[in-house]
Design a binder for this molecule. Structure first.
Ligand code: ACO
Length: 325
């Protein structure tokens, strides 16, 4: 029996032009290129220019995704923007993106699940598209974490960067089989008992300020691999696919060691892992579409490939998505 599936039509990304190397950071905080590379795999990050906003990054990425999908912006009727660093407390930055793209129909809203934001946004758009109410969606992850970093705190400022990535999605009738194109399954989880391990120490209702990112790095690391593998095993159980069937594993790009350990625990071969963290650090909700776009543009991810996405972040939140490109 045929069924509506959410198919990816195209993707795009954007990184601000200013690159900050580990060596440049080592000039202002007590760190070194060697320490950062060895503990995280990060070599550089991009930082948005003064006045360059999350919505600006998102619009660049969305335009690139629309161009790669050969889709007219006017046919988009849903925009879900995953971000923890919106331009303003409200309105949603998604409406700025909508207006910036000249779109006047449909719905646009932000979604906040920190580093898991892109997977949560993908699952949300998938659910809405499969109701048949919406036809074409833009799912964007865009962040300016440079604005919420305490640049004097070496335990956090070396890890994050700014960027954006986007995908264009369309509801399409598929045969309703395991080898359908599109999103095959998504699994989302949260556990607020861990909220103090990774948070921002400000907000409109608590301090009337934006605040700075605070993190117990070791505690986050300890939970990350177990949570990631948990939701991926859910995806395998639901679909019947195994690690051997996966063509590409595109994880949230937080830390090379977390990615390596997760792939190893799941039995995913290293050559199937897409890793871009060295080039842009942890860009939170933007990291998965940035990595996806890299692997699509360099010819690794091709139509028909089975692609596994996962993310874990503040909250904690974590999630997986399995799709056929
Ligand atoms: N440069 C040099 N030394 C540093 C730095 C730095 N930038 N940061 C911390 N150190 C020092 C510490 O002060 C400590 O010194 P001490 O032994 O004298 O006390 C030492 O290095 C070891 O510190 P740890 O925190 O134990 O180092 P660890 O090996 O755990 O690495 C890191 C820290 C990289 C943060 C790691 O815990 C990690 O990757 N955690 C996951 C965090 C993460 O990725 N968060 C992103 C959001 S969540 C997500 O996206 C999954």
């Amino acid at each position: 029996m045929t069924m509506l599936r959410t198919v990816v039509l195209g993707c795009g990304s954007y990184l601000p032009s200013r690159v900050v190397s580990n060596a440049e950071l080592a000039a202002s905080v007590d760190t070194s290129d060697e320490w950062i590379v060895q503990r995280t795999g990060i070599r550089q990050r991009h930082v948005a220019a003064e006045g360059e906003l999350t919505s600006d990054l998102a619009i660049h990425a969305a335009r690139a995704a629309l161009a790669s999908a050969h889709v007219d912006p006017q046919t988009i009727d849903l925009i879900v923007l995953a971000t923890s660093t919106p331009d303003n407390t409200f309105p949603a930055s998604a409406v700025t993106v909508q207006a910036g793209l000249g779109i006047t129909r449909g719905a646009a809203f932000d979604l906040q699940a920190v580093c898991s934001g892109f997977v949560f946004a993908l699952a949300t758009a998938d659910g809405l598209l499969r109701t048949g109410t919406y036809k074409r969606a833009l799912v964007i992850g865009a962040e300016t974490f440079s604005r919420i970093l305490d640049w004097s705190d070496r335990t956090t400022c070396v890890l994050f960067g700014d960027g954006a990535g986007a995908v264009v999605l369309e509801a399409q009738q598929q045969p309703g089989e395991r080898d359908d194109r599109g999103i095959l399954t998504t699994h989302l989880r949260s556990d607020g008992r861990h909220k103090s391990k990774l948070y921002v120490d400000g907000g409109p209702s608590s301090t009337r300020t934006v605040g700075f990112l605070r993190m117990e790095g070791r505690a986050v690391f300890k939970h990350a691999v177990a949570m990631i593998t948990d939701v991926i095993e859910d995806a395998f159980r639901t679909t019947g696919y195994t690690a051997n069937d996966i063509d590409w594993f595109v994880p949230h790009q937080a830390n090379k060691r977390i990615i390596d350990d997760s792939a190893k625990k799941l039995g995913i071969a290293p050559e199937k892992v897409v890793m871009t963290v060295s080039q842009h650090g942890n860009t939170s909700a933007a990291s998965i579409p940035l990595a996806l776009n890299t692997a699509v543009k360099d010819g690794r991810i091709k139509k028909g490939d089975l692609v596994l996405l996962e993310a874990m972040g503040g909250g904690f939140t974590w999630g997986s998505a399995l799709l056929r490109w």
